[in-house]
Design a protein around this ligand. Structure first.
Ligand SMILES: Cc1cc2nc3c(=O)[nH]c(=O)nc-3n(C[C@H](O)[C@H](O)[C@H](O)COP(=O)(O)OP(=O)(O)OC[C@H]3O[C@@H](n4cnc5c(N)ncnc54)[C@H](O)[C@@H]3O)c2cc1C
Length: 406
């Protein structure tokens, strides 16, 4: 059922990103990391090139396709291709990957729950970005609700033809530059998940503002913002899916469906960073140990490199399983969480191993010596979109409750 070979198109995509990563992105990575920003000219050129590679400049087509294709004759490759691209982009620079223009994490909830009019309205702004780059974002996390997403406190109150939103969202990727953000709020915190509603709040809406931009340890070139909603009035048609969609726990399910699609991609990025560190350490060992160092020490390091490669391969296979299931229309909640938990942990350990193998050299902050940057970047992959700990709880719950068999 699941393919391990890449299609010709996926192979070409991987090679194109690899070559761009090697020749253009990596030489500028540390500069962008220090500047905590990415050159907009680069992003514009990259956008133009990737549109050509995708063979489509119609974002509605891309974002609307959706991963859950139920017709077995119409098996999609969308998720698998996205995972291949995400791994390679993160191999080049994960902060750039997260900063690419487009709806980002905001796409899945709109794709899964938006009305046709909402899809047209919010996706069409990405149709032509030749003059101006645009981003979408996803606002779920709050100061008091991270892993426990059911505990969000941002309130939404219906007032005639509008809703009034009050609250704070934090750690929102591309939140400050986004043209719109999918904001999760609650009509009544005591209702838990059943009280959740998802709105698309557009930049410039009165009462909607950007708070502080976080100064992070890693992924520094990517913007992470706080968003503030103070008596923010949004029209009723900004409620994702319309009123009828919330007869059940739909608001919360919208959030969760997003993660089933995106956790494997986050895991793929972790694999990309881990692979970069592994390759760096391998090259370092080839240069420094083969000729001049005693054999026992080299053998121990070679065994360590082999273990890093094995673990990375296992993590990548778990990603490919999760995305292939999505492409086949098979529910993949457990596999999505498992791939994220595994890849985050494996790649973090690989980065630690790589630094240790390279010794003091591994800690240098020099152009072309990106190991310490990958070490800083990787940590968040075991935190955002649900921490590794929480993913392991999700997996064990599904197994213990007999929802699924291993
Ligand atoms: C760079 C970055 C980008 C982000 N982008 C976005 C974004 O675009 N949109 C968005 O909405 N959010 C975003 N986030 C937020 C991210 O999803 C949260 O940080 C994450 O869900 C964890 O929440 P928390 O930080 O509040 O930690 P907490 O939930 O407070 O967890 C703290 C610790 O407690 C553990 N823990 C929590 N619950 C349990 C439990 N039940 N059992 C055992 N251990 C538990 C966790 O594993 C963790 O170790 C981003 C975060 C970062 C760092």
């Amino acid at each position: 059922m699941y393919e391990f070979e890449l299609t010709t198109q996926q192979q070409l995509l991987k090679e194109a990103i690899h070559s761009l990563g090697q020749s253009v992105i990596r030489p500028q990575s540390l500069g962008w990391d220090r500047a905590k920003d990415i050159d907009q000219g680069f992003l514009r050129n990259f956008y133009t090139m990737s549109s050509a590679l995708r063979g489509s400049d119609n974002p509605l087509e891309d974002f609307n396709e959706g991963p859950k294709v139920r017709d077995p004759k119409r098996i999609s490759n969308t998720n698998r291709t996205a995972a291949v691209g995400a791994e390679e982009m993160a191999w080049a620079d994960a902060a750039i990957m997260l900063s690419l223009p487009g709806p980002g994490l905001g796409a899945p909830p709109i794709r899964n729950s938006g009305t046709p009019e909402q899809k047209e309205r919010y996706f069409s702004i990405f149709r032509d970005m030749s003059e101006q780059l645009r981003w979408g974002a996803y606002g779920l996390t709050e100061p008091g609700a991270g892993s426990d997403v059911a505990g969000i406190r941002t309130s939404c109150v219906r007032d005639g033809t509008h809703w009034v939103l009050n609250g704070r969202k934090c750690f929102i990727t591309n939140g400050g530059r986004a043209s719109w953000v999918v904001i999760f709020a609650t009509v009544d915190p005591s209702l838990g998940r059943a009280g959740h509603r998802a709105f698309v709040v557009e930049r410039g809406t009165p009462g909607f503002s950007v708070g502080k931009i976080e100064d992070k340890m890693g992924l520094c070139a990517n913007e992470t913002a706080e968003l503030v909603l103070e008596d923010c009035r949004v029209p009723a048609d900004a409620l994702l899916g319309g009123e009828s969609a919330y007869q059940s726990k739909e608001g919360f399910m919208t959030a969760m469906k997003t993660f089933d699609n995106t956790r494997p991609l986050v895991a793929a990025m972790a694999c990309g960073i881990g692979r970069a560190a592994y390759e760096y350490a391998t090259e370092f060992v080839k240069e420094h140990y083969l000729l001049g160092r005693p054999l026992p020490r080299y053998a121990a390091i070679a065994e360590r490199l082999a273990r890093m490669a094995r673990r990375l391969e296992g993590a990548r296979l778990s990603v490919w399983k999760a995305v292939s299931m999505a492409d086949h229309g098979v529910p993949n909640a457990r596999e999505a969480s498992a791939s994220k938990a595994l890849a985050g942990q494996v790649a973090t350990q690989v980065c630690i191993d790589a630094i240790e193998i390279c010794g003091a050299h591994g800690t240098l902050r020099e152009d072309h010596a990106l190991l310490e940057k990958w070490f800083r970047d990787i940590k968040v992959y075991d935190i955002f979109e649900g921490t590794g700990q929480v993913q392991r709880i999700v997996v064990s719950r599904r197994l213990m409750e007999g929802l699924e068999r291993f």
